[in-house]
Design a protein around this ligand. Structure first.
Ligand code: ADP
Ligand code: MG
Length: 261
């Protein structure tokens, strides 16, 4: 049975840190199998929005339902919260791998501890996902022996080992040397093609245009413009988005050495 309710529903969500209002009534939804790129200037609230989706931050107002779990319910049980954490994977700019564990051990840890998988089952799945991100030969290496791009692919594989329903990416390529960005985006593109539900905070406008179905442009804690990725990114309506994109295309062209078409 295909579930047609959105994977994430957010209505008027608000989040403040002290007197700083970071999210000021953001509404929208993420459908199942949809890839949504979240873009906007530094400090506009992109990470905060993403962190609300897996409850690294709690919202102060509005309604937020993630994979059927109502995060705006003040009586959210710890059982529901655990369920949420297994269903929503997150990939960060800094890969957050355990340095003292091998790649394989990094991948097996949460499935064993949180999902209660056996050693052999978790190892089988870990090897499966390592292969998927193109790194089957790195199973016994330690994170410090990998390039940034390889570390990030391991971090993605680690998330996938939990069999998530939704994947959140917070600037997954921003800490990488430019020549390593492509290999990570390729893995993400493959995931998207397989139908994973993905919310991606990114400055990679070409990726947003070609892989994302929709784009949310945030400005000062609000959705300034949203719509189909190609429409929004090629024919922006708001002046703020136009200005943002003209700055980004300069940055992207400068760092990749090519002009976007
Ligand atoms: P973005 O990811 O778009 O750059 P963030 O969501 O990280 O923006 O941050 C939005 C605003 O919230 C910024 O002004 C930031 O300094 C502030 N902020 C984020 N997290 C915290 C926090 N834990 N405590 C206080 N202020 C925060
Ligand atoms: Mg951020």
């Amino acid at each position: 049975m295909k579930d047609s309710t959105p994977a994430i529903i957010f209505e008027g969500i608000e989040k403040s840190f002290g007197s700083l209002k970071v999210l000021q009534g953001i509404s929208g939804s993420i459908n199942r199998g949809e890839v949504v790129a979240v873009i906007g200037s530094s400090g506009c609230g992109k990470s905060t929005l993403l962190r609300c989706f897996n409850r690294l931050e709690t919202i102060n107002g509005g309604r937020l339902v993630v994979n059927g779990i109502d995060l705006s319910n003040p009586n959210l049980s710890s059982k529901q919260l655990r369920r949420l954490r297994t269903q929503v994977g997150m990939v960060f700019q800094q890969f957050n791998l355990f340095p003292h564990l091998s790649v394989l051990e990094n991948l097996m840890l949460a499935p064993r501890q949180v999902l209660g998988q056996s050693r052999s089952q978790s190892e089988e799945r870990a090897r499966f996902y390592l292969k998927k991100v193109g790194l089957p030969e790195k199973a016994d290496n330690y994170p410090e022996q990998l390039s940034g791009g390889q570390k990030q692919r391991v971090a993605i594989a680690r998330s996938l080992c939990m069999n998530p329903q939704v994947m959140l990416f917070d600037e997954p390529t921003s800490a990488l040397d430019p020549e390593l960005v492509g290999e990570v985006l390729l893995v993400m593109q493959q995931l998207a093609q397989e139908g994973m539900t993905m919310v991606v905070v990114t400055h990679e406008m070409q990726f947003a245009r070609e892989v994302a179905h929709r784009v949310l442009f945030l400005n000062q804690g609000q959705v300034e413009e949203s719509g189909r990725a190609r429409d929004v990114l090629t024919h922006p309506k708001s002046d703020r988005l136009r200005t943002f994109l003209s700055r980004m295309s300069f940055v992207n062209a400068a760092s990749s050495g090519e002009e976007s078409s």
